[in-house]
Design a protein around this ligand. Sequence first.
Ligand code: ATP
Ligand code: MG
Length: 490
Amino acid sequence: MSVLFPAVAARSDRPALRCGADSLTYGELARAAGALAARLDGVERVAVWATPTARTAVAVVAALLAGVPAVPLNPRTGERELAHVLGDSAPGAVLAGAEDMLPEGLAKLPRIDVGPDATGPTPGTGAVTGEKDIDPESPALIVYTSGTTGPPKGVLLSRRAVAASLDALAEAWAWTSDDVLVHALPLFHVHGLVLGILGPLRRGGEVRHLGAFSVEGVARELGAGGGTVLFGVPTMYHRLADALPHDEGLVRALAGARLLVSGSAALPVRDHERIAAATGRTVVERYGMSETLMNTSVRPGGEPRPGTVGTPLPGVELRLVDEDGSVLGAYDGETVGEVQVRGPNLFSGYLNRPEATAEAFDGDWFRTGDMAVREADGAVRLVGRRATDLIKSGGYKIGAGEIENALLDHPGVREAAVTGEPDPDLGERIVAWVVPADASAPPSGTELADHVAGLLAPHKRPRAVRYLDALPRNDMGKVLKKALCAAGSG
Ligand code: ATP
Ligand code: MG
C-alpha cells in the first residue's frame, strides 16, 4: 500500500509524462526523481512551486519517494494568500525550476532547483528505493482547498488515502496502463495533481499535460493523437461545447476518446447535452474534494444522467443526513440532506486546525458541507453547498443548481449563477446573476424569471436578475458566490 508507484520499475522505456517540449520515460522519471529525493534528506516538509510543467511532477514524485510531505503552491497566488499558506505550512525548503522567479515570500526559504536535469536523462542508479518502508499513514501531500468558501485550509493527505482513491477510480473507470491521459488543469489541487499526475503514474500509463488549456490542444492530443482519457473542469467542457459545431477535428477527437471526465464543480446540463449531441459521447461526472479525494462517479457506459454525480466509488460509504442529524433512508430524488462520507479515501485532518477537524467529523463520518438528494437507483444528485447554494425562501429549501441549469436553458443566457439574499417576507430571496449571450440585447429579468418558473415551479422564480460581463471564478473555474453576495450587498 505504501508503494505509490508500483509500475515504475517495470516500465522503464515506456513514456510516463509529456509536457510541452519536455518528456520523460518511466526510467528517466525514476532517475530524475530519485536523484532529487536524495537532496531532500533532512527536510521535514517541502513546498513545490507547482507550475504546469514536467518539473512539478518530478518534484512531487521526488518528495513522495523521499517520504517528505509536499505542499504544492499555486504560482498565481497573490501575496496575501501565499503568506497565509507559507505561514500555515512552514516548509523547510522549496522545489522550483532553476529559471522560476519566486516571489519575495519564498525567497527566504532554501531553494532546491529542479532541472533542467530533471526533465531529461540523469545519471544515477535508477532505483526507486525506500518507498516501501514509509508509513502509509504518514502525510504524502498537504493540499490547500480551493478557497471557494473561505481562506484555503491545509488538508493532510496520507499515502493510504491517495492510493485508495486512485485504485477506486481505476476500478470504476477501468483505468489501465494503456490509458493516455490528456489534461490541462493546474497542478496544485487534488484534481490536477493527484488524479491527473499521480493517477496515470500509479497505473503505469502516460500523461500529456497541455501546459495551458486550449481547444486546439485537446483536439490534437485526444483520439487520433493517442490520448484516450480527458480530465477537465466544467469551464473547459463549456469551451469545447462552444467549439464543437464548427470543428470537425474536435468532434472526431472527443468521439474517439475512451473516457471524458468532468469534476470540481457541476457541469451544466446544457453542456452535457451539447457534447453528447455533437459527439455521441457522455461526459462522466465525478464528485470529490480535497479532504476526501474522490467520493462518487458516474460509471462509463451507463445511461447518461446529466445532473448526477453517480454512485459511491468502491470502498466509499456515503449517507445523507438532515438538519436534526437523522440519517435519511429514502432514495426518493427529493429529500435533501448533507453528504457525509467515510472510507480509506479520507484525509487525516486539517493542518494546525484541530477544532475545524473535530467539527468536520460526525464520528468517523466526514461532513462534506455539500447538499444532495439520492435518486431511486442510489445515484447522488448534488443540490449545492450548504453555505452558499441552499436558499431558504418562503418555507422552501431551494438548491441553486437547478435554477442555474434552468437559466442556462434560455438561449439568451451564456453563464448563470444563483444566490440567496436576505428578504423581509421570504427569509431569503432568489437572485440570478446572468452573463447574457449577447450583451447588446440581454433577455429581460421578467422573461428570465418567467422562464425559470415555467420550467421548475413558481417558488423557484428569481426575484431579481442582475447582469454581469463575466462571473467571478477562481483558478479551478469555480464561481465565487461570496464575491457575488458581497457585490449584491455593496
Ligand atoms: P473551500 O473548501 O476552501 O471553500 P472548495 O470546497 O471549492 O474550497 P475543493 O476541495 O477543491 O475546495 O473542492 C471541493 C468541492 O467542489 C466539493 O465540496 C463540491 O462542492 C465541489 N465539487 C466537486 N466536484 C463536483 C461536481 N462534480 N459537481 C458539483 N460540485 C462539485
Ligand atoms: Mg471545501
